[in-house]
Design a binder for this molecule. Structure first.
Ligand code: XMP
Length: 440
């Protein structure tokens, strides 16, 4: 068995909203840090490798079910150095207490450095290389000689999980890529190229295009579309899982923000929308979630360190229902191709203009009506394409990107000339609110 390299400081979730900041600040000091639930058991604590100290953050006035939130007895009994901040600190040996974090950033960093470095003696050995080495070792311990299944969408998170699992357990991993026909141009091919051919993954490619489009026929309501796509995805994945024998583990691209948003029950509260959460009960899988302690930018850095192509790790956010919510109203193959082809042109031009990776999200949408235009000196009835390009921090509000007119005109020229059945392009100038980022 290999040694786990990185020292760790545990931040206990006592309901403070500042936990994420504390964990990130510790990582900025070069020391690995994780947030765990306040009621962590001795067994769970003992299973965490190289814990050098614990920070009890917040919780001063939090009462849940009539009791003040406090760390578990296992934490106090652990003998590890404890730092309590804004917390009803118990007067026990080994516990330092701060009434609050210093407001001044450098004083705060100093307080953290003193605890993490001097009191706990944690070595600043958090790096992506060490993280990967540790995860590979921990995944091998967890999985042993058993088999793992992973739904590989080609998005950043599932791609990085796949790359890590391939490094850790090689062909004990089976990746299933479901092509539901709502992916962007070139995406299914890239998944096959990068994972099947490049990394030599055992990859099951499922062409479910007809099946999804059949189910979606005539479905106009956006939420209904999402439901149909989500439910069908689980059905297809389940069918593939049943074909494979002896799978014990299911890989998941859960990342840190997914588990820390929901307050004190930290680890249990994985967001419901996660990919394959709805599998039937008789498919028993243990979850493998190697990215659950990484922030999004760290996930990208991890993918880069694992050698994934830049276009894959820097991918902009893409909704689960894919182009399905950008082919507005009832989906038809003809309009779906208008969306896919115009989106490909938009992405190409953004890359050429150096905007890829700078603009948060950009895409095209196609409504389900036609407008009058002129082509080859004759009247033509064709679809319009809507361009959307927005910037945001958290997707709750968004501002539009002020695109250069020369660039816009080139995109309009290309889309109306290269995409069949499109005679008009419009640019959506609406911020969120009142518009949402997507049109559906
Ligand atoms: P809206 O349109 O609500 O989008 O302003 C905010 C962000 O969420 C993405 N989005 C989705 N992501 N499944 C997803 O995984 C969905 O059904 C979905 N709908 C919207 C959207 O692309 C934007 O980044």
């Amino acid at each position: 068995m290999q040694q786990v390299q990185q020292d760790m400081i545990v931040v206990l979730d006592l309901g403070s909203e500042g936990n994420t900041t504390v964990a990130r600040d510790i990582r900025d000091l070069g020391v690995y840090s994780e947030i765990h639930s306040h009621d962590i058991s001795a067994e769970q604590l003992g299973a965490l490798p190289n814990v050098k100290g614990i920070i009890l953050n917040g919780g001063q006035n939090r009462i849940v079910d009539g009791a003040a939130i406090d760390a578990s007895d296992a934490v106090y009994a652990s003998g590890l150095p404890l730092l309590a901040v804004d917390h009803k600190a118990r007067r026990i040996a080994g516990l330092e207490a701060l009434a609050a974090w210093p407001a001044d950033a450098s004083e705060r960093t100093e307080a953290l450095r003193a605890f993490v470095g001097d009191t706990c003696g944690a070595r600043p050995n958090w790096s992506m290389e060490n993280f990967i080495a540790d995860q590979v070792e921990l995944l091998r311990r967890q999985i042993g000689d058993k088999k793992v299944l992973l739904a590989l969408s080609g998005g950043v998170d599932s791609s990085v999980v796949a790359a890590l699992l391939i490094r850790a357990v090689g062909d004990q991993l089976t990746c299933v890529h479901v092509n539901h026909g709502l992916l962007r141009k070139g995406e299914p091919e890239e998944v096959v190229r990068v994972f099947g051919e490049g990394l030599g993954a055992r990859l099951v490619y499922v062409d479910a295009i007809d099946r999804f489009l059949g189910k979606l026929e005539g479905v106009a309501d956006p939420e209904e579309k999402r439901k149909v796509i989500g439910a069908e995805f689980i059905r297809v994945f389940e069918e593939e899982a049943r074909k494979l024998e002896g799978i014990d583990f299911l890989g998941q691209g859960t990342i840190y923000p997914d588990i820390i948003e929901s307050g004190t029950k930290t680890a249990q509260a994985v967001k419901a929308h996660h990919n394959v959460g709805g599998l039937p009960d008789d498919l028993h899988f243990e979850l493998v979630e190697p990215l659950k302690m990484l922030f999004k930018d760290e996930v990208r850095a991890c993918g880069r360190a694992l050698g994934l192509p830049e276009g894959m790790v820097e991918r902009q956010p893409f909704p689960g229902p894919g182009l399905g919510v950008r082919c507005l109203g009832p989906i038809t193959r003809e309009r779906l191709e208008c969306v896919r082809e115009s989106d490909a042109i938009l992405r190409e031009e953004f890359e050429r203009a150096g905007l890829a990776g700078k603009v948060w999200q950009y895409f095209t949408a196609v409504p389900d009506f036609k407008s009058v235009g002129v082509r080859d000196n004759a009247r033509c009835l064709e679809y319009p394409v809507i361009i959307r390009a927005v910037n945001t921090v958290d997707a709750m509000t968004a501002t539009i990107e002020r695109l250069d007119y020369t660039l816009l005109e080139r995109i309009v020229h290309r889309i109306t000339n290269e995409v069949p059945n499109v005679n008009r392009v419009v640019y959506d100038l609406t911020p969120k609110p009142t518009g949402t980022i997507e049109w559906e």
